[in-house]
Design a protein around this ligand. Structure first.
Ligand SMILES: [Zn+2]
Ligand SMILES: [Zn+2]
Length: 131
């Protein structure tokens, strides 16, 4: 059963409209229409079993050492070993460079320069003219 106000469906308790209908048209008590989750017996049943703690970083489950994955053995190569870590291109900070066309410190070069060809400003640092 339900009511168009929706409170009964959401709360699990019959709303005032439903209570009025139950009392007027049925011989049952209002308690028969309450969701079983709210009954003391259900609450006691939920906590009658022991609650097992969930393992986390501070208190992990006991680990079976025989199934543990071991890191591969590293064999040192010949010669002097590298002291600096290889930094991938994605981690390297971008460096501004002098554009060969507009002569500014930018992230583009003379091929990808947004300035139209031949109309670039001639600055003191420009060594040669195009054409
Ligand atoms: Zn209602
Ligand atoms: Zn440029």
């Amino acid at each position: 059963m339900s009511c168009t106000c929706g409170r009964w469906c959401v709360n699990g308790f019959p709303c005032s409209h439903a209570v009025q209908c139950i009392l007027r048209y049925t011989t049952q008590t209002v308690y028969d229409y309450i969701d079983p989750a709210f009954i003391t017996e259900c609450y006691r049943n939920a906590y009658s079993h022991p609650v097992v703690p969930i393992p986390d970083v501070e208190k992990p489950n006991e680990v079976d050492e025989s199934n543990k994955v071991v890191a591969p053995t590293v064999v040192k190569g010949p010669g002097r070993q590298k002291k600096k870590r290889y930094i991938p291109r994605s981690e390297k900070p971008r460096k501004k460079r002098m554009c060969g066309h507009c002569r500014k410190l930018t992230f583009h070069n003379k091929i990808t320069c947004p300035d139209p060809p031949g109309e670039a400003p001639i600055t003191a640092g420009r060594r040669y003219q195009l054409n």
